[in-house]
Design a binder for this molecule. Structure first.
Ligand code: PLP
Length: 353
């Protein structure tokens, strides 16, 4: 029956960080430090739980197809822009690509970076043009612009703060790219809440900018799968046409709206991130890229990332090897900032490898 499957799915899919968790469990750690997926380690606030519980009472009904409540909360928080939503930002990325990319269309990706742009584009028959980042993982705006013009890219994908390197691309470089491309720029801002740049003001000046955001990281709702995009007004209607009907469930939307309205609760995690990001960089024996996300990437040479992940897992610390990121060497790990006890555990073990 395998002949029924499209060839694009023979190559494998998204790589999850599960193996390390299995190793930790078999080493006897029932409560390992979970620092592989960049999640907010704290449970949602009572407000969020109450909103979800209330929505749960009405799940015999289809959800609001226009996501009015969630959109209203987005407008209150970010301003009067056009918003679209999706099942995680992954869902937004997938729908943006389904709206725009068909056989032979090209996207430009600034590598090494998040892998899902590539998978989603290839699934639609699109072609991926990689533009490598500089050695320090910064972005060469001119290189991106000229690559995009050369291949007539429909979309450029740029992640800032970048996953996995964590560094932030300055707004002026983003403007350079926006000014010089014919297609759109998808700015992946999954971690923007942890840095000092805010790109939203660019929305007023550009018709070719999409900002992708998620409720999974800073807002702590990874399990509910809510992402959103800030899009140019002309694009929103086409996006809706490409989207699965009733894509966001009512419980997730209610919780997300409540989380946006009460982010004083998430501020606690924000301060944990700021403090420990510095400590990770200063107190680890391996060089780190300094960044603006809730994780830090380390160069663990002469070890390979996979080896270090195995060694740490046997000590009950789960981190992510970066070996699966195309365009990055084999010697990197990415470590999320978790609760203080988890962070302590990581620093202790990385110092005694
Ligand atoms: C986590 C992540 C996302 C998507 O997260 P969702 O849980 O699907 O909202 C998107 N981009 C990057 C860079 C991420 O790290």
């Amino acid at each position: 029956m395998k002949r029924l499957i499209r060839p694009v799915y023979n190559a494998g899919g998204y790589v999850f960080a599960t193996k390390a968790a299995d190793i930790a469990r078999s080493a006897g750690y029932d409560m390992p430090a979970r620092l592989a997926s960049n999640e907010n380690p704290y449970p949602p606030s009572p407000d969020v739980l109450a909103a979800a519980r209330l929505a749960l009472r009405n799940v015999n009904r289809y959800p609001d197809e226009r996501s009015d409540e969630f959109r209203l909360a987005l407008k209150e928080k970010f301003g009067d822009f056009s918003f679209v939503s999706g099942v995680g930002m992954d869902g937004v990325i997938e729908t943006v690509i389904r709206t725009t990319i068909g056989d032979g269309d090209r996207i430009v990706v600034s590598t090494p970076t998040f892998s899902f742009y590539r998978l989603a584009a290839q699934a639609q028959g699109g072609e991926v043009i990689d533009v490598p980042r500089n050695d320090d993982f910064s972005v060469d705006a001119e290189k991106i612009s000229s690559a995009a013009s050369e291949c007539d890219a429909k979309i450029v994908f740029l992640c800032t703060p970048n996953n996995p390197s964590g560094n932030v691309t300055p707004g002026k470089d983003i403007e350079k790219i926006l000014d010089s491309i014919d297609g759109m720029l998808f700015l992946d801002n999954a971690y923007v809440d942890f840095c000092d740049e805010d790109y939203i003001s660019l929305m007023s000046d550009y018709e070719n900018l999409i900002i992708g955001r998620t409720m999974s990281k800073y807002y702590g709702l990874a399990g509910l799968r809510v992402g959103f995009g800030i899009v140019p007004g002309w694009f929103a209607d086409y996006y809706e046409r490409a989207q699965t009907p009733f894509v966001l469930n009512s419980v997730s939307m209610a919780a997300a709206a409540a989380a946006l309205r009460n982010d004083s609760y998430t501020v606690k995690y924000h301060s944990v991130v700021k403090e420990w990001r510095e400590r990770f960089i200063n107190e680890s024996p391996y060089p780190a890229v300094s960044g603006g996300a809730n994780f830090v990437m380390f160069d663990v040479s002469p070890y390979e990332g996979d080896e270090v992940v195995g060694m740490l897992a046997r000590k009950g610390v789960i981190v992510r090897s970066c070996a699966s990121f195309p365009g990055l060497g084999d010697n990197y790990i990415r470590v999320s900032i978790g609760e203080p006890w988890e962070n302590e555990m990581f620093l202790k073990e990385i110092n005694s490898l």
